[in-house]
Design a protein around this ligand. Sequence first.
Ligand code: FA5
Length: 377
Amino acid sequence: MTQLTDQKTASLSAIAAADSLDALEQERLAALGKKGWVSLALKTLGQMSPEERKDAAPAIQAVRAEVAGAIDAKKAALEAAELEAQLASETIDLTLPGPHTAQGSIHPVSQVMDELAEIFADLGFAVATGPEIEDDWHNFTALNMDESHPARAMHDTFYFPDAAAGSQDGTTGGTRMLLRTHTSPVQIRSMKAQGAPIRIIAPGRVYRSDSDATHTPMFHQVEGLVVDKGIHLGHLKWTLETFFKAFFEREDIVLRLRPSYFPFTEPSVEVDVGYSNEGNRRVVGGHGDDDGHDWMELGGSGMVNARVLEMAGLDPNEYQGFAFGLGIDRIAMLKYGMNDLRAFFDGDPRWLKHYGFSPYDQPTLSAGVGSQGRAAS
Ligand code: FA5
């Protein structure tokens, strides 16, 4: 028994001193393994008389339980310490400088869309959206272009192949689907959903089968729509002038409103802005007819045609409205000096590095919506 007590004392201190799970396992085998001293002590029970066994068995079992308990407790402590050490070695020092990686940039179209939204929000306009896969009724018919209208031909439309014949209002029957050719269908969707009065802009992608230096098959427009009582052409002119002055950040913006024709506006006006060529860069400002100056067409506009108001569920005797649709890519070209629209969508990293913006260049009216944030080239 004395020997057992000595072995237990030695084993408990070795367990307490074990500094790794491997060392602890060695101690477990030495005590509780097949040939361990506890197992050997248990085997001696067989040679004892029943009397001797009565005292010795509980004593050996108690030693066994004490040693096993000490091993379990030490194992838990060593595992916890190992986890702590692992967690400590895996921490990241956030104060270290970041690794040098290639940086992305904000595309000028996205930046200009943010600039537009910021300026128009200040004028009380909400941002509306509509689907790019549109039905014939919203894209054409509701905008006063029925199936035989010649203006449809001007849009070079991408139709979906499984076109069901005829155009419906989207509520019943088959509907011919297409990629929207302009953002004007959002006028219809917004008026139907919200009624009047209404004041929205709708920026987004539009599609036409068209390609040269100032036309691409996918481009961006921003639609504007104001419907209320007593709206007239003066409101349209003021809104466009105020917008362009804020957008180009100069007061000498000269707009030319040319009589034009859109089936969904009456009267209709096309909006040109004067610019001059400085080197190979176009700079906005001044009269387009002066020496060295020219005009660039930026969009169409006009008073919302009474038939369109009716088709969108409004009473034209009560409400009037104006609408405009501007080419976002064109106004981006003019503001940031790109010459070829096709390069906007090539995905060339050199172009993006030169014309892209930092994500930190958030356009705000207070800090400026202008070009000071232009990424370094
Ligand atoms: C329209 O799309 C009318 N929905 C605009 C409108 C809205 C008029 C509301 C009246 C009321 P238009 O087809 O002219 O109009 O296009 C408007 C502008 O989009 C053009 O002035 C031009 O800046 C731009 N644009 C047109 N086609 C392309 C193209 N293929 N690539 C780039 N920009 C284009």
